[in-house]
Write a protein of this length. Structure first.
Length: 103
């Protein structure tokens, strides 16, 4: 019975990892598509590299597969932080409202 529980937890963990990877890639694709559409990037990612500087085409841009992962990771972290910021503001406003209503 313990072996079945181990394999079940392992399968759940592997599924969670795959879903996170799909979410990061998909969210990155969405962000890079929106950024490309709005042209909000400060310079062309095609011509710049984190290692060699601009002029080299070694950096993965937002419209390449590697760029999707990079933008997706940044976007998910930003969404997570924004969620907690909104939640914090909601709690503070709720507490302030209850304090004001008690008076």
């Amino acid at each position: 019975m313990k072996a079945n529980a181990f394999f079940f937890r392992s399968a759940l963990g592997l599924s969670a990892v795959v879903l996170v990877l799909i979410a990061v890639g998909g969210f990155g694709w969405l962000l890079s598509a929106v950024a490309s559409f709005l042209q909000v990037l400060p310079f062309s990612w095609h011509d710049c590299s984190l290692i060699d500087g601009c002029g080299m085409k070694t950096y993965v841009g937002p419209d390449s597969l590697g760029g999707f992962w990079l933008w997706g990771a940044i976007g998910l972290v930003a969404a997570y932080l924004l969620y907690h910021l909104v939640r914090f503001v909601w709690i503070v406003c709720d507490e302030l409202g209850s304090i004001i209503l008690k008076k």
